[in-house]
Design a protein. Structure first.
Length: 382
């Protein structure tokens, strides 16, 4: 069945089929029927509304005669014999977004993808059109167009796959372009706030890529926090088999549980092991000091009290969590240099004390050796 859609003002005169063909680019098969209507109108001036009514009803136009039915059957058979193989959404794999265009004022979006259709490399083009009552889409392929070979149901399934590829592709491109740890943090918060259903299907992969990017940036451009942690890794005495990074993860999880449990307006920015243990100069029974930077409205002292309600311990060592904010104590980047200076002074004092102890020990040992030597000389004299 052929559908004819074009707009002509209701009272416009129908002139020749040649002019209609030129104006609307209508196929000859349809125009032959239109021409038969014109011939049987017996009038040079025919009202378009009546003409279209005749065309739709196929009355008095010669379109309802048996020979035409026979020809249509033959055409259907020919179409069936040359019908191409149908495509389902599962046939299209390895989908990757290559280009995205958002034309909000014009009411449509366009996307290009590379893919494989039944194992063969191809390119997909999708156009989303926004309407007052919703939206629609068209998906076409370059080598052997799939749009005429896919059912409505399978097209919707394919649209779901493409929407996932769009979400992943857009964020993947942004992750690749990140240059600072702060940029990584900003994107991390954005991903947490975005509840797009298609994004949720690919979020784990994006989290992994974002974490790897943060490590890459931290490794190539060490900052205050990264440099502080590197020194800790070298000097930290493991607790119950755990290093500083593992302990920071445990403390971060504990803090988040307290935030959730108390419904606090607080967001963790970073957790860093600090204090004497991070430089290996702790004494027996020393606490495990950890500094926590957070964002939120809760006061530092109030947050401190909440975090110490349970008297957290790791491997039998008491954990002392010190919460700080940018608006009061400062950020980790601002706070840690002061910690580093204090620990260095403490290390030097410890070193001086140890040297004094060593010197006293040497003097004491020398004195003992001298006393023993004197005793032996006295005995020999006797």
């Amino acid at each position: 069945m052929v559908a004819l859609f074009f707009a002509i003002p209701a009272e416009q005169e129908c002139i020749s089929t040649h002019k209609v063909r030129a104006q609307f680019d209508i196929r000859d098969v349809i125009l032959r029927g239109l021409g038969m209507c014109l011939q049987q109108a017996n009038s040079v001036r025919v009202i378009t509304k009546a003409l279209l009514a005749n065309l739709r009803s196929n009355n008095d136009c010669g379109l309802n005669v048996p020979p035409m039915k026979g020809r249509m059957k033959d055409m259907n058979k020919e179409n069936n014999s040359t019908e191409k193989e149908m495509i389902v959404a599962e046939d299209i794999t390895d989908i990757k977004l290559t280009q995205a265009g958002y034309y909000w004022e014009m009411g449509f979006n366009e996307f290009d993808f590379t893919c494989k259709i039944k194992g063969v490399d191809d390119v997909l083009h999708m156009r989303e059109q926004r309407h007052d009552d919703g939206s629609s889409f068209v998906i076409r392929s370059e080598k052997d167009d799939i749009w005429e070979r896919i059912t409505r149901k399978e097209a919707c399934k394919l649209d779901d796959k493409l929407q996932e590829a769009i979400q992943y592709g857009n964020y993947h491109k942004r992750i690749v372009g990140l240059t600072t740890v702060d940029d990584c943090k900003d994107l991390e918060f954005e991903l947490m706030e975005n509840d797009n259903v298609y994004l949720n299907r690919v979020i784990r992969k994006l989290w992994s890529e974002l974490a790897a990017k943060q490590e890459e940036i931290a490794g190539t451009e060490p900052g205050v926090v990264t440099d502080f942690r590197r020194k800790t890794d070298k000097m930290f005495h493991r607790i119950d088999g755990m290093g500083a990074a593992e302990i920071e993860g445990i403390v971060s999880d504990y803090v988040q549980s307290k935030i959730d449990e108390n419904n606090l307006e607080a967001e963790i920015v970073g957790v860093v092991v600090s204090g004497s243990r991070c430089r290996g100069i702790e004494k027996v029974g020393s606490d495990l000091d950890v500094v926590l930077e957070y964002k939120g409205t809760i006061r530092e002292d109030t947050f401190f009290d909440i975090l110490h309600e349970d008297e957290m311990e790791i491997g039998g060592v008491k954990v002392d969590i010190n919460p700080i904010t940018e608006g009061k104590t400062g950020t980790l980047e601002e706070y840690l240099p002061g910690v580093e200076k204090y620990l260095e002074e403490k290390r030097q004092k410890t070193s001086v004390r140890e040297k004094l102890k060593e010197k006293k020990s040497d003097i004491y040992a020398q004195s003992e050796r001298t006393d023993k030597s004197s005793k032996r000389k006295t005995e020999n004299v006797r």
